[in-house]
Design a protein around this ligand. Structure first.
Ligand SMILES: [Fe+2]
Length: 404
């Protein structure tokens, strides 16, 4: 094997417990938090999801000094600045984020500003190393999608330039992640579907990334198997606590896998769909996933990797060659998009035909293109987008005939 390098990061502590979100007072105390700020959004607060968390913390001793519930769906720098100001005014010494990726990422970025001050843009992209001790942060997801509770990455919007800023560094990993299915049972079916497809995409992108590594390969395959078994169950019956727990685990493992191995063409083609056409992230990645997988099949080594996807889904037979097993995985992903009621192509998602070239420009600029398989050029991406627009699947390449 060639010499290679990889690093693997995840939280020091993950608590997976039905009802566990109401019992984090003692862990918070042990982490040194005594004046806790809750970071969340109005929807989560309105649904009553933060009440039990607050009660559990205060029973054990630490005080809740405030609730920042101003997190929007794509938090920008202004949101981080106001959350930071509130934390400073209240002299908070710990954060608890309760919500989807937006709230958890807001807490992570707030930790940067609390430590460094100044302009958040200065800390983007390059590995962030905190110059002071970072406050304790417990993250409690209310969606099973991003896995942000378990990652060293935060995505924040630069409102001025309408682009996503990426923050990364071990100091941003939450001190503890709490997976409690009670926090996700009220998530509506459409959001359950979209966020679940994000979890699946993270796992598949972690496997096909040119930076994939043995630890993330294992986590990704387990995550794929869980999505295959439990996402439709959550979609059809939101109160299925067992299925909800398994989707939280899938999102967690998918997030750990993707944050350590990075993401590729599926996210590169999905990011501008959010920026230009306001298509929700999970809808965008779920829609693009089967088209991108078909394109990737042409690249060396990918059929063997997608055989693992099919294997995790229980679809690979011993008699299947890698290509045949991979096709089954692509068809299963396509079937999921359909059974979850998500748009199957760019046209159905409302992307205007006259914006396609501008859209492709942004795809080519996206940083997620960096480690995507095959290093595709503009022409290949144009073909991909044209198929994804018209809903055309890629025909199977003609097989070399066997001479007997
Ligand atoms: Fe994603």
């Amino acid at each position: 094997m060639d010499m290679y390098f990889f690093e693997f990061k995840m939280p020091g502590r993950t608590l997976c417990w039905d009802g566990g979100s109401g019992r984090i007072g003692k862990p918070m105390q042990r982490l040194g938090g005594s004046r806790v700020l809750v970071v969340t959004d109005k929807g989560v607060r309105g649904a009553g999801l933060i009440d039990g968390v607050i009660e559990g913390i205060e029973q054990a001793g630490p005080r809740i000094v405030g609730v920042f519930d101003e997190v929007p769906s794509d938090p920008g720098i202004a949101t981080i600045e106001s959350c930071t100001r509130l934390a400073q005014e209240l002299e908070a010494d710990a954060l608890v984020s309760i919500g989807g990726g937006s709230s958890i990422d807001t807490a992570k970025a707030t930790l940067i500003l609390l430590c460094e001050g100044g302009d958040l843009r200065d800390y983007e992209w390059n590995e962030y190393f905190a110059s002071c001790p970072v406050l304790p942060h417990i993250a409690i997801p209310t969606t099973a999608g991003t896995g942000s509770e378990a990652t060293h990455v935060a995505m924040i919007t630069d409102e001025g330039r309408n682009r996503k800023l990426m923050y990364q560094g071990g100091d941003l990993i939450p001190s503890m992640a709490v997976l409690d299915p009670r926090m996700t049972i009220s998530l509506p079916p459409a959001m359950t579907a979209a966020t679940g497809m994000d979890a699946l995409t993270h796992a598949i992108e972690a496997l096909h990334s040119t930076w994939h590594q043995p630890i993330t390969d294992g986590l990704a395959q387990q995550a794929i198997g869980l999505v295959d078994l439990y996402l439709e169950r959550c979609f059809n019956d939101g109160a299925d606590v067992f299925a909800r727990m398994n989707m939280l685990l899938a999102a967690n493992m998918g997030g750990v896998a993707a944050s350590n191995s990075f993401i590729g063409i599926v996210h590169a083609t999905a990011h501008p769909l959010g920026g230009l056409f306001h298509i929700p992230h999970g809808v965008a990645v779920g829609m693009m996933l089967p088209y991108c997988m078909e394109m990737n099949l042409a690249y060396e080594g990918i059929p063997a990797i997608y055989r693992k996807v099919a294997g995790a889904m229980g679809l690979a037979r011993e008699s299947d060659d890698d290509e045949a097993a991979s096709r089954k995985a692509v068809e299963r992903v396509r079937g999921l998009v359909q059974s979850l009621g998500l748009p199957a192509d760019l046209k159905a998602a409302g992307v205007p035909a006259d914006s396609i070239q501008a859209y492709i420009d942004e795809v080519m600029e996206d940083r997620a293109m960096m480690v995507t398989p095959g290093n595709p050029g503009r022409q290949e991406v144009e073909e991909l987008i044209s198929r994804a627009y018209q809903g055309r699947s890629q025909p199977r390449p003609p097989k070399a005939s066997h001479s007997l």
